[in-house]
Design a protein around this ligand. Structure first.
Ligand SMILES: [Zn+2]
Length: 120
């Protein structure tokens, strides 16, 4: 289904999870985030709806995904914090500060927060 393929384009393949002392760990977003489900097969996941909105500070995309293993529905919420201009900074510090950052959250079918997954 071509419609599904379009929605996958909005989902980053990986998110980075901060570990307490060992830096960052890469995890795949091609998995079901519902409790008690261990589906990690993207073929059993069907993104079927996208919502998108933004304000001055961030852009938010919500992708609704059906899991064909547990038959549940969850949402991936992708938040991109817009870069804030910092005209007082110069040099290499300025470049690092200017990077826009994305955060990804898992929500259940009704939009209840299942937790912060990581960064993308
Ligand atoms: Zn599932």
């Amino acid at each position: 289904m071509s419609n599904d393929e379009d929605l996958w384009q909005h989902i980053p393949s990986y998110a980075w999870v901060a570990l307490a002392r060992r830096g960052m760990e890469k995890i795949s977003l091609d998995q079901c985030f519902l409790k008690g489900c261990d589906n990690e097969d993207p073929k059993l996941l069907e993104p079927f709806k996208k919502e998108e909105f933004e304000d001055e500070k961030k852009q938010v995309k919500k992708i609704h995904i059906k899991c064909n293993k547990c038959n549940g529905v969850f949402q991936l919420k992708l938040e991109t914090i817009k870069r804030v201009a910092k005209p007082t900074k110069t040099g290499k510090d300025a470049d690092e500060e200017a990077l826009s950052m994305g955060m990804v959250y898992a929500l259940d079918e009704n939009g209840k927060d299942l937790g912060h997954i990581g960064y993308f």
